[in-house]
Ligand binder design. Structure first.
Ligand code: ADP
Length: 238
């Protein structure tokens, strides 16, 4: 007699079905807008004065689709465990400096200040994945912050390894969602998707990328006070 445990297989099947249905839904929404707007333009019923606004609409919605497809491609590469890049020594402090330079304008527009603390610390990692981790965590710390808030990014070379901490003074995450934020397409407040840009895939990419490089991620958060994301890697000994 052969006993086969199908629970895990069924669970994977279920997740795959849910993912396909979510992707279809998320892609259909912007595409429907693009179709509607371009249809009106093609029919010639858009006033000349409105052409710019309609064009901007198409640009924004197609930009959303591109981000979504980019994120899905990253996730599928991680799923296949076949990242096409070699590991090397990556200094997370330098990487954080670069991310801050790229995000400073966005933070300024939201009245959020970015601070970098700690010092140089290298890990043995894949540069584009390290960038993905640092960028996504800092981007979220800005997006879910409050006007006049701040973000502290800290890189530390400790005995047990290298730690990256991204701490914000934002809206926080309700306790019951602390684990769910790492699920694909999960967003605490769905109405955010109207006002805060994002695909709901960022943290699932971060979690996947961290474990791909043998690290761990932990979240501490208090609603209305802020969130702290702690990523731990073993130190680069090469
Ligand atoms: P999104 O594209 O929506 O930002 P993520 O996967 O990066 O997707 O995050 C999932 C959800 O987790 C977000 O929609 C938000 O509700 C919550 N979240 C993530 N980071 C933070 C943070 N620093 N503060 C508060 N909420 C956060």
């Amino acid at each position: 007699m052969i006993i086969v445990d199908v629970t895990e297989k069924e669970q994977r099947e279920k997740l795959r079905r849910e993912f396909t249905s979510n992707v279809s839904h998320e892609l259909k929404t912007p595409l429907t807008t693009i179709y509607g707007v371009s249809d009106m333009m093609a029919e010639g019923i858009v006033k000349q004065a409105d052409v710019k606004t309609f064009g901007r609409n198409i640009k924004e919605e197609s930009g959303r689709m591109i981000s979504l497809i980019d994120d899905i491609i990253k996730l599928s590469k991680l799923d296949e465990n076949s990242f096409p890049e070699e590991s090397c020594s990556v200094d997370l402090f330098d990487m954080a400096k670069d991310v801050i330079d790229r995000l400073n304008i966005k933070a300024g527009e939201r009245g959020v200040k970015l601070f970098l603390e700690g010092g140089h610390a290298s890990v043995n990692g894949i540069p584009s994945l390290c960038d993905e981790i640092v960028y996504n965590l800092c981007d979220n710390a800005i997006k879910y912050n409050k006007e006049g808030g701040s973000v502290i990014i800290r890189v530390e070379d400790l005995n047990e390894g290298v730690t990256l901490t991204v701490e914000d003074t934002g809206i926080g995450i309700p306790f019951e969602y602390r684990d769910r934020i790492f699920e694909r397409f999960f967003r605490v407040d769905e109405s955010h998707s109207q006002t805060v840009d994002g695909t709901g895939l960022g943290l699932s990419i971060v979690k996947h990328a961290v474990s791909y490089m043998g690290g761990t991620i932990e979240v501490e958060s208090a609603e209305g006070v802020g969130t702290k994301m702690i990523v731990r890697f073993s130190r680069d000994r090469s």
